[in-house]
Design a protein around this ligand. Structure first.
Ligand SMILES: [Zn+2]
Length: 238
C-alpha cells in the first residue's frame, strides 16, 4: 500500500505517528510524509527564510530514515489559510502519493494549522477521482482510509485503534531528534524546560501511556475516520 502522513508542521508527524510509519515501512509499504507549512516561525533568532529551509532539511532527513518521500507544500507557519490554490495543492499532493491510507491531525486540536490540515484532508476525499478537478497529477480513483493521530499530550483524545510500536520506538526517537532546531525553540520559548528532555520525554510518555492502554510497551493511538475500507473487514493499520 501507499501510506501518506499529512501534518501541518515539520515534527508533527514524528511526535504522533512516526512509529506507525516506521512499522509500515518495515513491512514493505511505501511511505510519504507531507507537511503543509515549512515551520518558518520556529526560531527566536533566525530569519523566517532560514529557519524554514532548516526545518525542511530536518524533515527530509527524518523521512529518509525510513525511506519515505518528504513533500513540503511550503505554506507559512501559523499563517496558513485555505483558498482555492491551497485546496488544489492538497489534491495534487495526494494524487501524487496515491495513498490507500492517510494519517492526519485530529479535527479537534489546539492549533489552527493542525485543524485546517485535517479539515482539508477530509474535504478533498471526494474530489480525488474527479477528472474535471484538474491538477498536474492525474486523478486517484481510491478513497483512502483516514485515521486521525492525537493532538499534543493527547488532550481530549479517545482512540479507536492502537498500533504497537515497541519495536520501532527507537526509530521514532531518531526521527524526532532530526528536528534539532525545535530543541532550541523549546529552550527559547518555554523557560524552565530542559529542552531536549521535554521534547523527547513528552513523546515517550505519550507512547508509554498509549502502550499501557493496549497492553504493550509503546503504542501510537488513532481515531478511525471513515469507513471506506472497513468493508474489507481487514485491519489497515500495521
Ligand atoms: Zn504542529
Amino acid at each position: 500500500m501507499n501510506i501518506l502522513a499529512v501534518g501541518a508542521h515539520p515534527d508533527d508527524i514524528e511526535l504522533n505517528c512516526a512509529g506507525t510509519l516506521a512499522k509500515y515501512a518495515a513491512q514493505g509499504h511505501n511511505v510519504f510524509i507531507c507537511t503543509a507549512t515549512n515551520g518558518n516561525i520556529g526560531s527566536a533568532t533566525l530569519p523566517k527564510e532560514e529557519i524554514g529551509r532548516i526545518r525542511k532539511e530536518e524533515a527530509a532527513k527524518s523521512a529518509a530514515i525510513i525511506g519515505a518521500e518528504y513533500i513540503c507544500l511550503d505554506y507559512d507557519d501559523e499563517l496558513f489559510y485555505e483558498d482555492v490554490n491551497v485546496r488544489i495543492d492538497f489534491i495534487n499532493m495526494v494524487r501524487h502519493c496515491r495513498p490507500h491510507i492517510i494519517l492526519t491531525h485530529n479535527p479537534h486540536d489546539y492549533n489552527p494549522d493542525h485543524m485546517l490540515t485535517s479539515k482539508i484532508i477530509n474535504d478533498i476525499q471526494v474530489m480525488l477521482p474527479i477528472a474535471k478537478i484538474e491538477t498536474k497529477e492525474k486523478p486517484w480513483e481510491i478513497m483512502p482510509a483516514v485515521y486521525y493521530f492525537e493532538p499534543a499530550k493527547g488532550m481530549g483524545f479517545i482512540p479507536t485503534d492502537y498500533v504497537d510500536i515497541s519495536d520501532h520506538f527507537e526509530t521514532k526517537r531518531k526521527m524526532l531528534l532530526c528536528h534539532q532546531s525545535q530543541v532550541q525553540w523549546m529552550a527559547d520559548n518555554y523557560a524552565g524546560f530542559s529542552a531536549e528532555d521535554t521534547f523527547i520525554e513528552d513523546m515517550k510518555i505519550t507512547a508509554a501511556y498509549r502502550g499501557m492502554q493496549c497492553g504493550v510497551k509503546y503504542a501510537e493511538a488513532f481515531i478511525r475516520c471513515n469507513d471506506a475500507y472497513r468493508m474489507t473487514a481487514a485491519r489497515l493499520l500495521p
